[in-house]
Structure formats: structure tokens, C-alpha cells
Design a protein around this ligand. Structure first.
Ligand SMILES: [Zn+2]
Length: 196
């Protein structure tokens, strides 16, 4: 099942909830911030576009962990248009490089390491260059864990440290043979237990 999921970039719908039917996420969807709610329809992910907020899904399958997140370009870069200055080009490159080192920190003893990290970034994609307002970035990380039975918790502080504009993560996660879970993660409470 894991391999099949990897063929599509998005886990949307995997939990059978749909983003907006989750109680935690439904609340988030009512906060549009300074945005015109209409621009939701232009985004490609199921998550509402709210600056400072990321939607994230974690799927644990045997010794593989797949993490996907969708967040506004503004939250990642501080701008949401194609890079214009050398500084903006540098920032995008820096963020891209850092994906491999600034992912979620899982339980040390589970020995999980990032094997692959990638993003879909409309700001630098030729095909999407017309999409310059309120763009969303999609990021995926693949982890391999040497001792997956030790996988008990997750620390999101590397993400909050790397992305200063990130204020909260609407997380959904799925462990093997367990019901799906959802939780809001904030910089003040960046740790969660993955298993009850
Ligand atoms: Zn926006």
C-alpha cells in the first residue's frame, strides 16, 4: 500500500475524512486571515490556504515513514511570487537544501533518517509561473527507520526553527493497525506522542 501511495504526491483523502470534515481542521478553515476566501479554489491541495499554517500528513508503514505538508509560499519564503532579487533566489535555494536536514525529528532509538525530500514549488516552476499569488508549496519527506517499533514520538521544532513564519501545523497521522489521529502542533508544544 505504501508504494501505491508514493505514486501520487498527495495523501489527501487517504484518511477517509477529507480535510474539512476533521474537527480540528474544520476550525482552521473558518479563519481566512486577511485573505479573500475565494482564492481557496485556486490552490491544488485540500488544505485551506492560511498564512502561518501548514497542513501535514504522516503515514507510517513498516519501516517507512512518509511525511507530506502543504503550506503557503509566504510562510516558507516571506513572499509568494517568482524570485526577483538575488536574495530571494538564494532564500529559495537555501530552503530547498535545508529540507533534508530540517525535517521532523522522530524518536532517536527508532533510527529514522531522511532518504528523500522534495517539493513542488510553483514559484520556480516554469509551468506554474502564472500562479504568483497565494501559491502553496507541497513538500514530501521519505524516512527509513532501522528500528520502527521504537517509533513513539515526533518533534516538530526543527520545522518551526527553520521556518520562522510557521505558527501551527494541522497534523493528521496514521500508524500501522491504529486509527487515524489529528492534532494541532504549535511552537509552544512541538512534541507529540504518535502512539497513545
Ligand atoms: Zn497567501
Amino acid at each position: 500500500m505504501f508504494k501505491r501511495l508514493l505514486t501520487g504526491l498527495s495523501l489527501c483523502g487517504f484518511f477517509g475524512l477529507g480535510w474539512l470534515s476533521s474537527p480540528v481542521l474544520a476550525q482552521a478553515s473558518h479563519h481566512h486571515g486577511e485573505h479573500d476566501p475565494a482564492h481557496h479554489h485556486k490552490t491544488t491541495s485540500h488544505a485551506p490556504h492560511v498564512h502561518g499554517r501548514a497542513a501535514m500528513q504522516i503515514l507510517v508503514d513498516a519501516d517507512n515513514v512518509l511525511v507530506e505538508t502543504q503550506l503557503p509560499a509566504d510562510t516558507l519564503f516571506g513572499f509568494a511570487h517568482a524570485p526577483r532579487t538575488p536574495e530571494q533566489h538564494d532564500l529559495i535555494q537555501k530552503r530547498h537544501k535545508a529540507l533534508k536536514t530540517s525535517g521532523i525529528r522522530f524518536t532517536n532509538t527508532a533510527k529514522c533518517r531522511i532518504t528523500h525530500a522534495q517539493w513542488k514549488n510553483p514559484l520556480t516552476s516554469q509551468a506554474d509561473s502564472h500562479q504568483t499569488n497565494h501559491a502553496d508549496i507541497q513538500i514530501s519527506w521519505h524516512y527509513h527507520c532501522q528500528a520502527p517499533t521504537q517509533l513513539k514520538d515526533a518533534d516538530f521544532s526543527p520545522l518551526f526553527q527553520a521556518w520562522a513564519r510557521l505558527e501551527q501545523i494541522e497534523l493528521e497521522w496514521l500508524m500501522p493497525n491504529k486509527p487515524a489521529n489529528a492534532k494541532r502542533i504549535t511552537p509552544e508544544h512541538p512534541h507529540i506522542k504518535l502512539t497513545p
